[in-house]
Design a protein around this ligand. Structure first.
Ligand code: SF4
Ligand code: SF4
Length: 78
């Protein structure tokens, strides 16, 4: 954390780059955590993150990200 009294300029507000009428992440989440664009974080974490038998953290679900057609960003503006 950095505390300052400098008058800094902020970035522009981030833009939604979801495709029109796309519901792929909602439709493919195995535990239905995404609804109307809102993620139930607790439900997601309980399903997606686990530990191996040796105690290492592991991610067992990443479907919503891998299935997203915009996962590499908006290529139309490059
Ligand atoms: S990581 Fe898995 S459980 Fe979490 S929102 Fe994505 S698809 Fe659903
Ligand atoms: S799959 Fe990607 S583009 Fe489609 S609604 Fe979900 S986040 Fe948006």
């Amino acid at each position: 954390m950095i505390l300052t009294d400098l008058d800094l300029l902020s970035d522009s507000v981030s833009q939604n780059i979801c495709m029109n009428n796309c519901h792929k992440c909602e439709d493919n989440c195995p535990v239905g955590t995404i609804e109307n664009g809102v993620v139930n974080q607790k439900l997601c974490r309980n399903h997606a993150y686990r530990k191996t038998k040796r105690g290492f953290d592991t991610t067992d679900c990443n479907i919503c990200r891998t299935i997203c057609p915009m996962r590499y960003g908006d290529k139309t503006e490059q």
